[in-house]
Design a protein around this ligand. Structure first.
Ligand code: 1GP
Length: 233
């Protein structure tokens, strides 16, 4: 099941609520990144998702919808990522919204395209942190969540989500040491080559989001930083 993700190392995440020019979007799609995720927290609408989908689809790069809400689910993506927020205080974000989605869509769901992500939100100032009523885990909590993602839930992905801030590479390393089959995704605050390399040293995949909108040129360089690491190995 995980095979189609196994080769991913670098992913850009585009927020349907934010503007990006055609020129920049074309450059991102042709940058050599392994995939583009469409996903966000606030103001994710079907129109916004469809707009990005149609523009990304002009390119051959794999295109993934990370599902934020029921209203913006649409066919046409290569893959669908379903987040389960492991450190939310509410069962809603771990179980209930996924249950609702599966009740509604199970007859048309293709599990070769769908991957469930065990999310651990680690930036208490991130919108997603308050939105999902999450609690800040300490390092031993995080490694235990990672262990649960692999051994209890058998999830294909454990996602350390620092959205908006750069995380702790030492913790990313510790988490990676817990995982054998579940892939480790790291996202949060990557703005340059050095940070891309530092996190990719431990994570299987790094995700670059916000810096696309704040410093496009530097964000773009993170692709080469990761592919150069592969060449060195
Ligand atoms: C957000 O993990 C991604 O969901 C990337 O984080 O936006 O901080 O790069 P940034």
């Amino acid at each position: 099941m995980q095979n189609s993700l196994k080769n991913f190392k670098h992913i850009f995440k585009l927020d349907p609520a934010k503007e990006i020019s055609d020129e920049d979007l074309d450059t991102l799609c042709e940058s050599g990144t392994d995939a583009i995720i469409v996903g966000g927290t606030d103001d994710v609408t079907l129109d916004g998702v469809l707009d990005l989908l149609s523009r990304i689809r002009r390119h051959s790069v794999p295109c993934i919808l990370e599902i934020s809400n029921m209203e913006s689910i649409t066919p046409g993506f290569d893959h669908y990522f379903i987040p389960m927020v492991m450190n939310s205080k509410d069962k809603k974000w771990m179980m209930d919204i996924q249950h609702q989605a599966i009740k509604q869509y199970k007859d048309i769901m293709d599990w070769d395209e769908i991957f469930v992500e065990g999310y651990c939100i680690l930036n208490e100032h991130a919108k997603a942190f308050s939105y999902t009523n999450s609690q800040l885990p300490d390092d031993t909590d995080v490694t235990a969540y990672a262990y649960m993602a692999e051994h209890v839930f058998h999830l294909p992905v454990f996602y350390m989500e620092y959205s908006g801030t750069y995380g702790d590479p030492a913790l990313v390393k510790k988490v990676k040491e817990q995982l054998n089959n579940t892939m480790l995704f790291y996202g949060g605050g990557i703005e340059n080559n050095f940070q891309a390399k530092e996190m990719k040293e431990h994570a299987d995949v790094i995700i670059v989001g916000n810096s696309i909108y704040t410093n496009f040129k530097k964000a773009l360089k993170t692709v080469k930083a990761v592919s150069d690491m592969e060449k060195d190995n």
